[in-house]
Design a protein around this ligand. Structure first.
Ligand code: BGC
Length: 417
């Protein structure tokens, strides 16, 4: 009796163990920060795709727009020797983990599927490390957008402002009519997202590159940078009192619901409008932050695979392959608000803002004005970015002299190098 019981227990244990092994082998754990309505809808396209390919999806979301919280969780998991199979990553973060030797090599799949031919060079710079593919890019987002409530614009007879002064004039009208001019969430990464546009507007693409990518001390500390801070100061005057800590998607909801007129945000905001059933040029408007037309500050979500053992490799490579599939890239980006990371996907099924982004990207690639987003990790390495964002967010919240802020920015860069 006793023996039988033990045997039964052992059999059951083995049964469970081998079932777990199968499940583990056939599922892929993915850490990401796509938790808003639009983001979750887009993620679901990827989950369903993986299920069709015969793989389970082990979801490990870490809420927090822009991914700061998710990156902190990842760092802790890596330190504890427990990295996930796959992680959503932006720009220089990919390089950081690749440098540590922690990322799997996707080159065999990339070569077989011809990624080199379809992914634009500014993305390859981050997705490859020393000639090897270490991340699969799922999209191209653009940060220098303004999203506006069309009903408010029509009611007040406002058209998309072409200059920063026109933006301020429009905002004054909006305020007078009882609406909040600018929906904003006071979180460091959101302040930094506005800063991408303010710098581009104040100095143009060549200045943006010199200051935020090449970190030229004179550009960082000089009068053009002071102008960018001046814009930040004026924008601070356009937000409501409840802005501190507000999540970005709640700010988007204020524009969707007609409480606020505009939001300066990357095109993941468009994912929220679309999820709410809103249509561009009918319910909402999309236009470039004044003075940045023709330039394109980008960030690209990519998925990197950690070296977690042979048994997970098939699933990881299947995920990389799913992400880079041409049809998938169309379906996913139609929902996410971004445009495909592959240049060979047709724009036909995209709505007006998506089509504009695709057309502008082609021009920016030709003009060399496709610039990595500072706020979203594509301009400078993470350690320097953090020090710079502190200056930006302190200034946005506490005010002060724009010229001093520019000097502080240059000093922060110097100290963090
Ligand atoms: C990511 C987007 C995401 C946004 C807000 C950005 O850093 O690239 O995919 O939707 O943060 O969470």
């Amino acid at each position: 009796m006793r023996t039988k019981t033990i045997a039964a227990v052992v059999a059951a244990a083995f049964g469970v163990a081998s079932m777990t092994a199968v499940a583990a082998e056939k599922s892929v754990e993915v850490v990401h920060w796509w938790t808003s309505g639009g983001e979750a809808a887009a993620l679901n396209v990827l989950k369903q795709d993986m299920l069709k390919r015969g793989y389970g999806w082990k979801d490990s979301p870490v809420a927090g727009g822009g991914g700061d919280q998710a990156r902190t969780v990842l760092r802790a998991r890596v330190a504890a020797g427990n990295p996930p199979d796959a992680m959503q990553m932006l720009g220089f973060i990919i390089t950081d983990y690749a440098e540590e030797g922690l990322l799997g090599d996707l080159t065999p799949v990339a070569t077989k599927e011809g990624w080199d031919k379809v992914v634009p060079a500014p993305l390859q710079k981050f997705d490859k490390y020393k000639g090897h593919w270490v991340a699969a890019p799922v999209n191209i987002h653009r940060t220098n957008w303004i999203w506006a409530n069309k009903k408010i614009f029509d009611e007040l007879k406002i058209t998309p402002p072409k200059t920063f002064d026109e933006l301020l004039a429009a905002a004054a009208k909006i305020r007078k009519a009882g609406y909040i001019p600018l929906a904003h969430g006071g979180q460091a990464w959101q302040d930094a997202t506005i800063f991408d546009s303010a710098v581009l507007s104040a100095g143009g693409p060549a200045f943006y590159r010199k200051a935020l990518i090449e970190l030229d001390p004179a550009a960082l500390s000089g009068p053009t940078m002071a102008k960018a801070f001046e814009q930040m100061q004026k924008l601070r005057g356009l937000v409501d009192d409840n802005f501190p800590g507000r999540d970005w998607n709640l700010a988007t909801a204020m524009v969707i619901n007609g409480k606020a007129a505009m939001q300066i945000m990357g095109d993941w905001a468009k994912g929220e409008f679309l999820k709410a059933g809103k249509k561009p040029n009918v319910d909402f408007l999309c236009f470039q932050y004044p003075g940045t037309e023709g330039s394109f500050t980008f960030n690209s979500d990519a998925f990197a695979m950690f070296k977690v053992g042979k048994e997970q490799e098939a699933g990881q490579l299947a995920l990389a392959s799913a992400i880079m599939d041409k049809t998938f890239q169309e379906q996913f980006n139609l929902v996410k608000g971004s445009i495909p990371a592959r240049m060979d996907v047709s724009g036909e099924r995209f709505e007006a803002c998506g089509k504009k982004s695709m057309a502008d990207l082609k021009i920016a690639l030709k003009n060399d004005s496709m610039l990595g987003s500072f706020a979203h990790g594509h301009a400078v390495p993470e350690s320097i970015k953090g020090a710079m964002i502190d200056v930006v967010t302190n200034f946005f919240n506490s005010g002060g002299s724009p010229a001093d802020a520019a000097k502080k920015l240059a000093a922060a860069v110097e100290a963090s190098k």
